[in-house]
Design a binder for this molecule. Sequence first.
Ligand SMILES: NC(=O)c1ccc[n+]([C@@H]2O[C@H](COP(=O)([O-])OP(=O)(O)OC[C@H]3O[C@@H](n4cnc5c(N)ncnc54)[C@H](O)[C@@H]3O)[C@@H](O)[C@H]2O)c1
Length: 340
Amino acid sequence: MKCLVTGGAGYVGSHVVISLLDAGHDVVILDNLSTGHIAAIPEGVRFWNVDLEDAQATYDAVARENWDVVFHFAALSSVGHSISEPFHYLRHNTMNSLNLIEACTFHNVRRFVFSSTAALFGDESDLPQITDDALVNPTSPYGDSKFFIERALLWADRIYGMRSACLRYFNAAGADPRGRLGEDHRPETHLIPLAIDTALGVRPCLKIFGNNYDTRDGTCIRDYIHVTDLADAHIRVIDQLDERSVSYNLGNGLGFTNLEVIQSVERVSGQKVSWEWAPPRSGDPAILVADSSRMRSETGWNPKYHSIDAIVETALQWRKRHPHGYDDYNSRSVLPELWS
Ligand SMILES: NC(=O)c1ccc[n+]([C@@H]2O[C@H](COP(=O)([O-])OP(=O)(O)OC[C@H]3O[C@@H](n4cnc5c(N)ncnc54)[C@H](O)[C@@H]3O)[C@@H](O)[C@H]2O)c1
């Protein structure tokens, strides 16, 4: 298949790109490198430096080829920053996505896969896991921006017949098990890479936000899904789009408290992680754990990484080899031997 991947130089997008390449597909990455890394783009893969904010450039990029599927990862994605800069987040995520979606409908793209999020959901669910049909009630502008895009995709299907998959990731974590890619957000806001950097002595001390949630140790519970399992989900979902649009929650179904994640990093690294309490962050629900049974039964998706230690291990291995993240690469895919 011929695939256009927006945000393919970023964390999740780059892992999906290598899975697409490993499966023999033809990939073009569209990215403005605002948070992505040139070194995360494999040698030989076409890269178009386009900002989705530029509607004409986006339109021209989509017009250049006939795409079998468009994957849309490019976004601003920090819940916390979206609370401090709500309009920037709402504008960036929604307007840029509309530029892309409109261009795709105009150029007759039939299949579109969208990175949505668990941040669609609030705290209301009484169930231990959040189902695909749970009430959508975002507690942050970030979550709301993603919900708006899901709605836009609904209209793109109803009016133009463009089928879409809205994949609501819970916490993406880990790194390519073959060591080709890893996680390098700047600033980093995700718990596992922060805890690993603290264990490796790259960061002095980690903040744990809130100790009075209604959970087993008072800290937030999150569901960590390995980024390679997420990548597999993106490929499996494409077949669904011949028939209809879909939305799926993608998670492990297992919840770990912040303190349990820290303990896992200590176990796997053999190092102490120093941390301190900080006030709870607005927009952070106590528990977000996915029920992904519909994705599993309808697509045969079967995540391989269940234990938090196994997920942490892949992230730790990459970070140990690349303590400065992608700055340790000289150019695009500095380790070409790993790409063969
Ligand atoms: N990482 C997670 O745990 C997680 C969880 C839920 C949802 N998501 C969603 O998955 C997607 C990818 O997340 P990530 O962690 O890989 O983020 P990331 O920041 O690593 O990647 C985003 C990529 O999009 C590019 N980009 C941003 N704005 C752009 C623009 N205007 N034009 C072109 N390119 C642009 C960036 O340069 C970057 O390469 C996002 O949509 C995010 O909301 C991520």
